[in-house]
Design a protein around this ligand. Structure first.
Ligand code: ADP
Length: 584
């Protein structure tokens, strides 16, 4: 990840606030007034008490009571509107940020997100957005208030005697000491959070694997591990608590020390006759109640560290360049319903890897034909399909769809020409109808039903409690693998693309289910161009052409009969019972 300086991150976050600047400024303004009115409540309130005790003050008792009540009455609404506006800005910005993140992921997917680890990054980043809320809702306004309120108090106290300002300034600066030392506990804070999520994951892992642990007699060891991790977390937590305790003690000492220092010097000024008793009360109470915004400021540091780390991750995702760039000025074409496909001398290696996955790859696929690509595991079969969909771009050579380089048209056009059904069909946590409609959101209910009938899943759907409106549950877990694949086929049918790519589409199914789904595919997609990638010999029987891929290049091709007669690589593969068995 590209490391960015904290100032740059902060400026970028502030820049995001610009469109909502009026609301943010209003929030800061109300916050300042609110905090000043809190000081006034204390000042007038103490004067009321002093007056009640018979001390002669410049203002009469009733006026003081009135002023205290007035300050108290405005304090509530000011605090309320400050919080309301601050959070309104924050949540509007967070929703904008989530949208931007999804946009970035859309651009980057699938090339940069295809592996599982990237999936985890996505989850982390969505969690990171929550941390950014701290900056928008709890940093900008408190920092501004933490500067303006103490400054106002310093100026005000200075009107009585400049010494009060100097004394207060020293104690204010002491209150901010945690800002300087926070960096020393930063590592402890990070360790604590990392340890916290590690122990959660470990615990969940242990729970899920409890049966295995008991079966293999490893539960005791696992328990010891949990104890050790728990102990480490407690140690880190103890360090953090010690720091927090120190910060709290420091704040309290500053407030009490500052107030006492101002009180004693005020009494001394009273003794000298420089100020009256009102002055002593006003200055002391003002001093005592002016630390709030600074204490809030110094308490920010911990959260802010997480916010910056989180923002850094978010910004580096937003800045990441996609691997596949749309051709500038590309405009959509009228779809050709019988396109041919040609790979011409294609060379490709995955980014960051030296080894070529495809080399000298030449493939010619005629319209409305069935092609099966077989080869050893890792020979590049799935990659051949991904290149056609432009998940990645070829390093050399070209791929043509209907005579046109696939880099020319927009990606949306390319993907409207093809449908991929893979072994792990993703079903959204939505209704069955919505899941099928992913293939074509404009489809009518009748069209969804027709597609489901053709995919042989309609009768099953009708047995569900809410038919097509039944929710499939998270990740489609309430459906069997076969049912999920049939929904994927219904989805593909409704998408109605002329080219169908089957990437191990039936690999997760038992032989019976596979046979029946292959029959559906053969029947329902008979007028389409089909490219199948599979390690099961059963899937290649109906193919017009079988291509044998080895180390990223086609080493043999022909009809099933031709290849069986040849006694070459293909027969060798079949001998092992798997169309992707190792050739050695
Ligand atoms: P097959 O489908 O024949 O099993 P693949 O096309 O999935 O083969 O993979 C071909 C090679 O490319 C393998 O060595 C695999 O490890 C590598 N590979 C696949 N996907 C990626 C990826 N996203 N990043 C880097 N290497 C990859």
């Amino acid at each position: 990840m590209h490391k960015q300086p904290a100032v740059k991150i902060m400026l970028r976050l502030l820049h995001m606030v610009t469109p909502l600047a009026p609301t943010m400024l209003a929030c800061i303004f109300l916050g300042i007034l609110g905090n000043l009115s809190a000081v006034l409540i204390m000042v007038f309130g103490s004067m009321v008490v002093a007056s009640a005790l018979g001390i002669q003050l410049a203002l009469p008792f009733k006026a003081l009571v009135g002023l205290t009540l007035a300050a108290a009455l405005v304090r509530g609404p000011l605090g309320y509107f400050e919080q309301l506006m601050g959070h309104d800005v924050a949540f509007r910005l967070l929703s904008l940020m989530r949208e931007k993140i999804f946009g970035a992921l859309r651009r980057l997917a699938p090339a940069k997100l295809i592996d599982k680890r990237s999936g985890d990054i996505v989850t982390t980043i969505m969690g990171d957005v929550e941390y950014v809320e701290v900056f928008f809702a709890h940093t900008i306004a408190p920092v501004s208030i933490g500067i303006v309120v103490p400054l106002t108090v310093l100026i005000f106290a200075g009107t009585f005697w400049y010494g009060f300002s100097l004394i207060l300034l020293v104690f204010y600066l002491c209150t901010l000491i945690p800002l300087y030392i926070a960096r020393h506990v930063r590592a402890t804070g990070r360790n604590y959070h990392a340890g916290f999520s590690a122990i959660n994951t470990h615990f969940l892992d242990s729970l899920q694997g409890l049966r295995e642990l008991i079966m293999f007699g490893r539960a005791e060891d696992r328990q010891k591990e949990i104890r050790r991790k728990g102990q480490e977390l407690t140690d880190a937590s103890r360090k953090l608590r010690r720091y927090e305790g120190f910060v709290m003690a420091l704040s309290e000492s500053c407030i009490l020390g500052g107030t006492a220092a101002v009180l004693f010097s005020a009494l001394y000024r009273l003794h000298l006759g420089d100020i009256g008793i009102d002055g002593v009360i006003i200055v002391t109470v003002t001093a005592a109640s002016s630390f709030g915004p600074l204490v809030a400021l110094s308490a920010l540091t911990n959260d802010l560290m997480h916010t910056f780390a989180a923002s850094e991750r978010i910004f580096s995702l937003l800045d990441e360049k996609p691997l596949v760039i749309e051709h500038p000025g590309a405009h959509s074409r009228v779809r050709h319903n019988t396109p041919d496909i040609n790979y011409n001398n294609v060379l490709f290696s995955y980014p960051g890897k030296d080894e070529s996955v495809c080399r000298d790859l030449d493939i010619a696929i005629k319209p409305n034909t069935k092609t099966a690509i077989v080869g050893p595991s890792g020979s590049g079969k799935s990659t051949v399909l991904r290149l056609l969909l432009r998940f990645w771009d070829v390093d050399h050579g070209e791929i043509f769809l209907n005579g046109e380089n696939i880099k020319e048209p927009p990606l949306s056009y390319l993907r409207s020409n093809m449908t991929m059904v893979s072994q792990d069909t993703y079903l959204f946590n939505d209704t069955i109808e919505a899941n099928i409609k992913t293939g074509n959101p404009a489809a009518t209910t009748e069209e969804v039903e027709t597609a489901s009938r053709r995919a042989n899943i309609h009768d099953f759907i009708m047995t569900l409690p809410n038919g097509y409106q039944t929710r499939v549950g998270e990740s489609g877990c309430r459906l069997s693998a076969g049912e999920r694949q049939r929904i994927a086929i219904a989805r593909a049918l409704i998408h109605d693309a002329p080219v169908i790519l089957l990437d191990e589409a039936t690999s997760n199914l038992d032989t019976l289910n596979e046979g029946s789904i292959l029959k559906t595919i053969a029947h329902e997609f008979k007028d389409k161009t089909i490219i199948t990638v599979s390690h099961r010999p059963s899937t290649i029987v109906g193919a017009d052409t079988i291509m044998v891929l080895d180390e990223g290049t086609i080493v043999e091709q022909g009809t099933y009969g031709e290849l069986m007669n040849r006694n070459g690589t293909f027969r060798q593969l079949l001998k092992h019972g798997r169309a992707d068995a190792s050739l050695q």
